[in-house]
Design a binder for this molecule. Structure first.
Ligand code: SF4
Length: 61
């Protein structure tokens, strides 16, 4: 965990309603602001996106 959080742990800025507490603020990390969603990443449901993310985490472990 070099300068970040462990995989599978939600960001501390993630609000209970799944919005980002820093959205629109200069303190939001640049990597978050630069991320552009794709159909491959998001699919058509939250469940799809979470499976894709879990696979990415496993592949980069
Ligand atoms: S956009 Fe970035 S700062 Fe905001 S909740 Fe997601 S990971 Fe955290």
């Amino acid at each position: 965990m070099a300068g970040g959080k462990p995989a599978g742990i939600p960001c501390v800025q993630l609000l209970p309603d799944l919005r980002c507490a820093l959205f629109g603020q200069p303190s939001r990390p640049a990597v978050c602001a630069s991320l552009r969603p794709t159909e491959e990443m998001c699919g058509d449901s939250r469940e799809y996106a979470l499976r894709w993310l879990a696979a990415l985490e496993a592949d980069t472990r």
